[in-house]
Design a binder for this molecule. Structure first.
Ligand SMILES: [Zn+2]
Length: 431
């Protein structure tokens, strides 16, 4: 048989096997759901990562496992292609940590046990995103079983920490893991999704001196003579400057696919003062900044600093002790900071077009292409110049919710699209 025909036969065989052996998909998903990988508190993923590693080894992957935080690890695997140097490589990415259970009393089933009602599968993480990870592992199993040898390299990253803004994916990409294209299987209801960026920051006001509460009278009373201020009382100057900038951004900046004003600055959390016997000598505001794919972290943080400093300079006390800024971080739990870079979608990219074709063939309609209202690890691929798309099963309304659900039929559709796409993309010679 010629190459093309052989490929089509193979894709048909895969499609058939995906339906026939769906009990294996369910078995993998129930295993994944049973690991209690809730984050926060995190530090609970060694066992699930050992399981993933084992699955990859059985499917013929070369696997690397590295420690991340204590009791957390990152797994990356490669199924080496037969003619890798001149064929396309593909990287699939998924996180195995799941959102915290904040409303356990609303669950009708055990969140760590996969429960099936007809086409509906219930369990923590089935939508976000153990469902997609199960599809990937299931597909790798079938590739092995059908003795499929791809010309290009197929890679898989099983990361942790995504739910707590921890830099699992960033760590692997920083180490040089890459491919000609990447698919992040995070919750997108099988739409092609890009995203805006997020950066968190701390704005700190600090008094050069600390005063007993008894001095307050001299800070306020006419003729009191003490030039000092409470940092708690000065923070509204900062908040007001942020609100003005947020409004200005909403009016002046737009990006296709986002409702106007999505670029928000949220004054999310505040801490300050010592205790009631003191005048507050310090106050820190923790903010969340959402920005568009055509902006960088450097640009938006600079705009914020300029707006806040200008407001501070107009304040008789703050002008002499200007606010300071600290941006981002590698973990919400350890650094109290996170960064999710934006991800733009280039619909003309050859891999995106092929994936679209595979999707259309399976579902009979073109995929939605839109911008996520949330953020995932997809942005790190854009940041490291790897063309990528976020494309996964499961619905945003189910992610993080009680009685989290995904449809088995959607998992099967997703596996079939990915099977078709992997075979096509990894069989194509590099341009
Ligand atoms: Zn997710």
């Amino acid at each position: 048989m010629k190459g093309y025909e052989a490929m089509t036969v193979l894709q048909q065989q895969l499609r058939q096997a995906i339906d026939e052996q769906q009990s294996s998909l369910l078995a993998i998903l129930s295993q994944l759901v049973a690991f209690q990988t809730v984050s926060p508190p995190a530090r609970n993923t060694l066992e699930i990562q050992n399981y993933v590693k084992q699955q990859l080894i059985e499917a013929g992957f070369t696997v690397k496992q590295q420690s991340f935080y204590d009791q957390d690890s990152l797994v990356s695997g490669q199924l080496s292609g037969d003619a890798a140097s001149d064929h396309h490589s593909l990287l699939l990415n998924g996180h195995v940590d799941v959102a915290a259970l904040t409303d356990l009393d609303h669950w009708q089933t055990d969140p760590f046990q996969l429960v099936q009602h007809g086409d509906e599968l219930y369990g923590r993480g089935v939508s976000d995103m153990k469902g997609a990870v199960a599809c990937f592992l299931y597909l790798f199993q079938l590739l092995k079983q059908l003795d499929v040898h791809l010309p290009g390299d197929l890679r898989f990253q099983s990361v942790v920490g995504e739910e707590a803004g921890e830099a699992g994916t960033k760590t692997l990409l920083e180490q040089g893991e890459k491919a000609d294209f990447a698919v992040v299987g995070d919750t997108s209801n099988m739409a092609f999704q890009g995203q805006g960026g997020v950066v968190t920051g701390w704005i700190t006001l600090k008094s050069p001196h600390t005063y007993h509460d008894g001095n307050r009278v001299n800070m306020l009373r006419a003729g009191g003579g003490l030039k000092a201020a409470s940092m708690v009382e000065k923070m509204p100057v900062v908040i007001e400057a942020l609100q003005k900038l947020e409004h200005y951004w909403a009016v002046t900046k737009t990006y296709k696919g986002f409702p106007a004003g999505t670029n928000t600055i949220n004054p999310a959390y505040i801490e300050g003062g010592v205790h009631p016997a003191f005048v507050a000598n310090e106050c820190k505001l923790w903010i969340t900044v959402h920005f568009y794919p055509n902006e960088t972290i450097g640009q938006v943080t600079q705009e914020i600093e300029a707006a806040v400093i200008a407001a501070a300079k107009a304040d008789p006390w703050l002008k002499e002790t200007l606010p300071t800024f600290s941006w981002g971080g590698d973990s919400m739990l350890v650094d109290k900071g996170e960064v999710f870079p934006p991800l733009a979608i280039d619909a003309t990219q050859p891999a995106v077009q092929l994936l679209k074709q595979s999707h259309e063939q399976q579902l009979g309609a073109a995929p939605d292409i839109n911008m996520s209202t949330s953020v995932s690890d997809g942005g790190w691929f854009d940041f490291y110049h790897i063309p990528a798309v976020t494309y996964g099963p499961g619905q945003m309304a189910q992610a993080h919710s009680d009685n989290e659900m995904v449809q088995l039929s959607q998992l099967l559709d997703y596996t079939k699209v990915m099977a078709d796409f992997i075979v096509t993309w990894c069989s194509q010679p590099k341009a």
